[in-house]
Design a protein around this ligand. Structure first.
Ligand SMILES: [Zn+2]
Ligand SMILES: [Zn+2]
Length: 196
């Protein structure tokens, strides 16, 4: 399956913004939109810590959720999740089909970090993992990593389907060969029978 895009974050309606700002919808200003949306996000986050995509674990603290990501990577919980993801992929790298040794986070929502949602966790070999994190300091690093990951997965899947086509063609060829060998056998045996 090609890499599915993560669903977009929810956005407030004008009515919700107007309620938060205490003004009628018709008189919402640019400032109401900006500050209203900030407040709406804070309230949504309070109601549901998993409401928004967390692009990097360091961002998690922006939502009032403190976590040292390096400590997390040393935790027993993460080791368990990592092992589970690698095992369920038979240790195959999603990017190249090599041996996966790393698990990449597309999303650092609390539910992913506590192991309730493994879908955004992608098994990768160290080369593929390094390749997608090549531009980690860029402002759009997360988007770049997502695009690179999608491209690697698409290439790997094309390779697998080519391989499948080759295997199917090979199997058909062998079957045909067997059939002609068999029919030769049949005709020779019937010829033998006839001659007897
Ligand atoms: Zn790989
Ligand atoms: Zn990663």
């Amino acid at each position: 399956m090609p890499l599915a895009k993560l669903p977009p974050d929810p956005a407030p309606t004008d009515e919700e913004l107007a309620t938060i700002r205490g003004v009628p919808v018709a008189s919402l200003t640019v400032g109401d939109y900006i500050f209203g949306e900030m407040e709406w996000q804070r309230l949504s986050q309070e109601r549901d810590p998993n409401a928004f995509l967390v692009r990097y674990a360091t961002d998690a603290t922006n939502f009032g959720w403190s976590l040292d990501y390096r400590d997390y990577l040393k935790s027993k919980e993460w080791k368990k999740i990592r092992k589970r993801v690698l095992e369920s992929a038979d240790y195959l790298c999603a990017g190249c089909g090599g041996t996966a040794s790393a698990v990449h986070h597309r999303d650092y929502r609390p539910r992913v970090l506590i192991g309730e949602d493994d879908a955004p966790l992608i098994p990768l070999c160290s080369e593929c993992h390094d390749a997608i994190h090549i531009d980690n300091k860029a402002a759009d690093a997360w988007d770049k990593a997502e695009a690179a990951l999608a491209a690697l997965i698409a290439m790997n899947e094309a390779k697998i389907s080519n391989l499948d086509t080759t295997l199917v063609a090979g199997r058909l060829y062998l079957e045909q060969q067997n059939r002609s060998v068999q029919s030769n056998d049949d005709s020779s045996s019937s010829a033998e029978r006839r001659s007897r």
